[in-house]
Design a protein around this ligand. Structure first.
Ligand SMILES: NC(=O)c1ccc[n+]([C@@H]2O[C@H](COP(=O)([O-])OP(=O)(O)OC[C@H]3O[C@@H](n4cnc5c(N)ncnc54)[C@H](OP(=O)(O)O)[C@@H]3O)[C@@H](O)[C@H]2O)c1
Length: 250
């Protein structure tokens, strides 16, 4: 079922740069009435405010801060679409036995998985009150297949894929549509760790918004993910063997 964006109110976490900033631009272009641009540091939202004026409302939100999450849900009580975009790579590229995977992985689980879960918990009643609405989670191709250069990050994104499924199941009764977004390499600060060919954040964001409007539960917003996603569903073992050899660290 498609999700019409015209006239809606959205909230995007991690909106100050990268894919999040581009999603805000794409939502406004698609006719969203109002966007809460959520960031840890609201002063970093200056360029978005300059571009979108009164359609943009800056909101302070660290997705690991329970008090800020509760305050955001109280302030942004008119949200129809929640975009869980904020995310981190805590560590990449080590040998299997490197102890840094553990501390990096702890941070990735805290932000990518538990942060997304906590924000979604806080906004679920808001969406219900507003008729159900929709949620889009920024997962990754690494949600389906683990990349050795991003070992713990891949696990955190497998966790957000699992969360996406359970959110869809548990919020179906309140009429909330849930979208999983599974990008390949995108040319952002996070993407700097990869030397693979990358899509631009603007192109990826336009594809994400188009996928939401079309009602695609799994959104593959770039060339790499458009190959990897279907390959996973067709031949998961073959994809695992293929990705096991990817060592493209900058
Ligand atoms: N780039 C890729 O190749 C790629 C591929 C697949 C999936 N993704 C996913 O897409 C999403 C966006 O990634 P990106 O490439 O745009 O990364 P990015 O350029 O590094 O931006 C990450 C954003 O998340 C914010 N953030 C980090 N920790 C946060 C926290 N605790 N609370 C709130 N915001 C926080 C950052 O804010 P600060 O400026 O305050 O740090 C920043 O706005 C992530 O979930 C990522 O895992 C990216």
């Amino acid at each position: 079922m498609g999700y019409a964006l015209s006239g809606k109110t959205a909230l995007v976490t991690g909106a100050n740069r990268g894919i999040g900033e581009a999603i805000v631009d794409a939502l406004v272009a698609a006719g969203v009435r109002k966007v809460y641009a959520a960031a840890r540091n609201v002063s970093a939202l200056g360029p978005l405010v300059a571009r979108h004026g009164s359609r943009l409302t800056p909101l302070q939100l660290d997705v690991t801060n329970a008090a800020q999450i509760a305050a955001a849900a109280a302030t942004a009580a008119d949200v129809d679409l929640l975009v869980n975009n904020a995310g981190i790579v805590g560590f990449f590229g080590g040998e299997f036995t490197d102890p840094k995977w553990i501390e990096g992985g702890r941070q990735e689980m805290e932000v990518n998985f538990l942060g997304t879960f906590a924000v979604t918990q806080a906004f679920a009643p808001v969406l219900a009150k507003n008729g159900g609405g929709a949620i889009a989670n920024l997962n990754s191709v690494a949600s389906f297949v683990s990349f050795p250069i991003l070992a713990a990050y891949s696990a955190s994104k497998a966790a957000t894929h699992s969360l996406t499924q359970v959110t869809r199941a548990m919020l179906r009764g309140q009429n909330t549509q849930v979208f999983g977004v599974y990008p390949g390499p995108i040319d952002t600060k996070m993407g700097e760790v990869l030397t693979l060919e990358k899509a631009s954040p603007a192109d990826a964001a336009r594809a994400i918004v188009a996928g939401i409007i079309a009602g695609d539960e799994e959104i593959f917003p770039d060339k790499m993910s458009q190959g990897t996603g279907p390959a996973f569903f067709a031949d998961p073992k073959g994809l695992e063997r293929q990705v096991a050899g990817v060592q493209a660290v900058a």
